[in-house]
Design a protein around this ligand. Structure first.
Ligand code: C2E
Ligand code: CA
Ligand code: CA
Ligand code: CA
Length: 279
């Protein structure tokens, strides 16, 4: 990585030179990546029981000049620690809204919704609401097409301000999905107080759902919970027909996973949709 000005200042700091870890280098590369627009969104289809695509999840990719396509797990935590998740998150929101507007302009794609991942650090940022609403407004997107995916980590510490923010977005038509559901540690009590529309069953429960009794019980319990609270339910990481059949048998009719397709560029998604129609 190139030595940025910021890095030089730290260089003179006693002992800092040894502490220049892979994470620090990555942080500098991320800063550069933001300036050079090296991020793109890929889209993974979300399917219903009839095999029709209802929407997609936007998944961030870093087109690294030397390492190629970098998945988010390799840099999101550094982006969160450095605060760079804020400009990256703004890019995600702007790109996602622009994509929805492009989809809305064509009859074949007009119905698609888009799920957007928002990390706790973004949501807690005081400018998040203003930027999100400003982006929605200036893009002209129909906010009913937007679903924000939050995780239980957002709900772990103080809920203060969080609920108000959620309602503020909710009243503007934006919905919420609770991602990675079942993997967190917080109590279920919060579910009653939050304007959540959807639970997303974490892929770690889906993987062995056919062979692991515990996973099967957890999946059934989450589906029953969603039903009793009148929440929508979607399963991620659905890779086989058998997994989908078990989910359907238990009342889950929305799926995302390699059984259908992985995340892909928008042109590929449009091709994928044409293939679905041709079938
Ligand atoms: P996530 O939100 O839980 O996203 C689902 C992950 O599962 C994605 O990994 C997706 O590519 C992968 N996946 C999809 N189908 C299957 C399947 O059938 N089997 C298996 N094993 N995996 C599947 P990805 O794209 O590498 O993203 C990793 C995580 O990075 C996401 O997990 C999310 O927490 C975070 N992330 C991605 N995009 C963004 C973003 O724009 N903003 C923020 N804050 N976080 C993001
Ligand atoms: Ca997600
Ligand atoms: Ca997830
Ligand atoms: Ca995850």
């Amino acid at each position: 990585a190139k030595t940025s000005g910021r890095n030089l200042i730290r260089f003179f700091d006693m002992g800092m030179q040894e502490q220049v870890t892979a994470r620090a280098i990555l942080g500098n590369e991320l800063r550069e990546a933001i300036q050079k627009n090296q991020f793109v969104l890929h889209y993974q289809p979300q399917m219903n029981e009839a095999g029709c695509i209802t929407g997609a999840e936007a998944l961030l990719r870093w087109m690294h000049p030397r390492h190629g396509v970098m998945p988010p797990d390799s840099f999101i935590s550094v982006a969160e620690d450095t605060g760079l998740i804020l400009p990256i998150g703004r890019f995600v929101m702007e790109t996602a809204c622009a994509q929805l507007v492009a989809w809305a302009a064509r009859p074949e794609t007009a119905h698609l919704t888009l799920s957007i991942n928002v990390s706790a650090a973004q949501f807690r940022d005081q400018e998040f609401i203003d930027h999100t609403l400003a982006t929605v407004k200036s893009s002209g997107v129909n906010s009913c097409k937007i679903m924000l995916e939050i995780t239980e980590s957002l709900l772990l510490n103080s809920l203060e301000g969080i609920i108000e923010k959620m309602f503020e977005l909710k009243t503007r038509g934006i919905s919420f999905s609770l991602d990675d559901f079942g993997t967190g540690y917080s109590s279920l009590a919060y579910l009653k107080h939050l304007p959540i529309d959807q639970l997303k069953i974490d892929k770690s429960f889906i993987r062995d759902v056919l062979t692991d009794m515990n996973d099967a019980v957890i999946v059934r319990t989450i589906i029953a919970l969603a039903k009793s609270m009148e929440l929508n339910i979607i399963a991620e990481g659905v890779e086989t027909k058998e997994q989908r059949e078990l989910l359907a048998k238990n009342g889950c009719f929305a799926y995302q996973g390699y059984l259908y397709a992985g995340p892909m560029a928008t042109e590929e998604l449009e091709q994928y949709m044409q293939q679905l129609i041709a079938k």
